[in-house]
Design a binder for this molecule. Structure first.
Ligand code: HEM
Ligand code: HEM
Ligand SMILES: *[C@@H]1O[C@H](CO)[C@@H](O)[C@H](O)[C@H]1NC(C)=O
Length: 431
């Protein structure tokens, strides 16, 4: 994945009673998202919050704001025209890369000032339970939000479950909730027409599906154009944004896990079966321990990612944690087996446990890498690269194991004595 810097559109407007954090779409400055956390909520830590979704009166089929940093698990609010001069605000639950389904979980109220007003499509919304629903803390200085919009003619539907088409643009950004706090208005957006507010917004990731790429107004963007992810940072470029951090962690996690599960572990398994000479167990151990270290580091990034993206309940992280838990015993059992064998000259049941447990766990892990790529919506290039490497290594491993059994497997049976038979190699493994 390559990333490019784009501009940010945060600007300071001034101080006021109601403090608004504002984020402006990097591709269309008429699309913006504002947030206010009234003082009563910010001091008690719970209560209502206000947000505004704003766009041009024509040219957009829908505009949406969501709490989260990916579609899965996000609480999404989609705004479209209702056909009678006002707007429909549809609260939905994001479940992955498909149309989010209507959800009545969020208690929202559409406020005064909403509608087609002076050339703008405006939705002023109060959400009474968004903080608790999204497990957002008012002290969070880097809360993750997503936005998306779809170009086209007005939807004109008052149905909150109206069918919508996939977005043309999406992005991720962060709101510093402490800077959205202030005021006690029951409708900060109407009031803020006179007394304005301080605005902040940090980074964003923009994915365009078709349509024009988002352009940058200050020429800060690079020109690598082979994928459609654009990474931005804050106005003053101080903020290494949440989006940038996530992108980096995703890459590191994928590379570490891919190396461990698609390269090192299969290689180690092949070595123990095919390498001639007495050192196969030692080399196997070294290769697997390196793989193990890589995967533990990858796990750390995976857990951070999953927390950030609220993905802990997804299949990929769950299987991943099961795999990592199962993997934990593998070097221990392997080592004990090795020591026992050297001490007694006998293979123990541990050889079987280590072999079959190891095979099951590794296969699950390799498959799980594919699920990770799917979850991350990785480029086809990345997916193909992983599939090819994992496929080739997997087949080589299968061939090595089959060959090993065809040649007769271990020449020392479980409980057998290495000294009675003439050991052909370390561990009683036939060469
Ligand atoms: C995370 C670390 C490890 C993993 C994932 C792992 C994985 C595996 C796998 C999958 C096999 C079976 C290969 C096949 O498919 O035929 C195997 C066999 C074996 N491993 Fe490991 N291993 C690890 C660590 C170790 C360590 C630290 C030792 C200690 C020397 C060790 C010693 C062995 C031995 C002796 C065998 C052959 C067992 C037999 O058939 O007698 N392994 N390992
Ligand atoms: C068997 C172990 C694992 C393997 C082989 C693996 C592999 C991968 C791969 C290849 C990706 C895609 C990276 C990219 O597109 O650049 C990925 C993404 C991800 N993985 Fe894992 N992973 C494993 C375990 C875990 C664990 C234990 C967790 C969390 C506890 C986790 C959480 C994630 C998350 C959150 C993503 C990003 C999804 C997104 O961007 O939407 N993974 N993983
Ligand atoms: C749109 O609906 C809201 C909520 O019912 C109302 O407060 C607002 O005045 C309406 N806007 C227009 C332009 O009618």
């Amino acid at each position: 994945m390559r990333w490019k810097l784009a501009t940010s559109f945060a600007s300071l407007i001034g101080l006021s009673t109601a403090q608004l954090a504002r984020y402006v779409s990097p591709s269309d400055s008429s699309v913006s998202f504002s947030l206010n956390i009234p003082t009563s909520t910010s001091t008690s830590g719970s209560g209502a919050i206000f947000f505004q979704i704003r766009g041009p009166a024509t040219g957009k089929t829908w505009i949406a704001l969501g709490i989260g940093s990916g579609m899965a698990g996000a609480h999404i609010f989609i705004v479209y025209t209702d056909g009678s001069g006002n707007v429909t605000v549809s609260a939905r639950a994001g479940q992955g890369h498909f149309e989010p389904v209507f959800s009545s979980d969020a208690q929202i109220t559409v406020l005064d000032g909403s509608g087609i007003v002076g050339g703008s499509l405006i939705a002023n919304v109060r959400c009474d339970n968004c903080l608790s629903l999204a497990e957002l803390s008012v002290t969070n200085t880097r809360s993750n939000w997503i936005w998306a919009d779809k170009d086209g003619s007005a939807l004109d539907s008052s149905d909150v479950e109206a069918n919508i088409q996939q977005h043309d643009r999406t992005g991720v950004f962060t709101f510093d909730l402490t800077r959205a706090a202030g005021g006690d208005s029951s409708n900060p957006f109407v009031q803020s027409a006179q007394s304005s507010a301080s605005t902040t917004a940090t980074g964003f990731v923009t994915r365009t599906t078709g349509g024009p790429r988002p352009t940058s107004t200050n020429g800060a963007s690079g020109d690598d154009g082979d994928d459609n992810l654009n990474l931005g940072s804050g106005s003053s470029n101080i903020v290494s944004s949440a989006a940038a951090r996530i992108a980096r962690m995703l890459k590191i996690h994928g590379i570490l896990m891919g190396l461990a599960f698609a390269v090192f572990f299969p290689l180690g398994a092949i070595i123990i079966r095919l390498m001639p000479g007495p050192h196969k167990a030692d080399i196997h151990m070294i290769v697997q321990v390196v793989g193990f270290a890589l995967s533990v580091a990858g796990l750390a990034y995976g857990v951070l990612l999953a927390e950030d993206l609220r993905y802990l309940k997804e299949t990929h992280p769950i299987i991943g944690m099961v795999v990592m838990g199962g993997l934990f015993f593998q070097p221990i059992v392997g080592l004990i087996h090795h020591w026992l064998f050297k001490a007694k000259g006998k293979r123990t049941i541990l050889a079987y446990i280590h072999t079959y447990w190891g095979r099951a766990i590794l296969i699950l892990g390799i498959v799980n890498g594919g699920l990770g790529l799917q979850l991350a919506d990785n480029t086809t290039g990345g997916t193909i690269a992983y599939s090819v490497v994992a496929g080739v290594m997997g087949l080589a491993w299968l061939a090595a194991s089959v060959l090993y059994y065809v040649r007769g497997g271990s020449n020392i049976p479980i409980g057998g004595d290495a000294k009675l038979e003439k050991p052909l190699s370390a561990e009683g493994l036939r060469e």
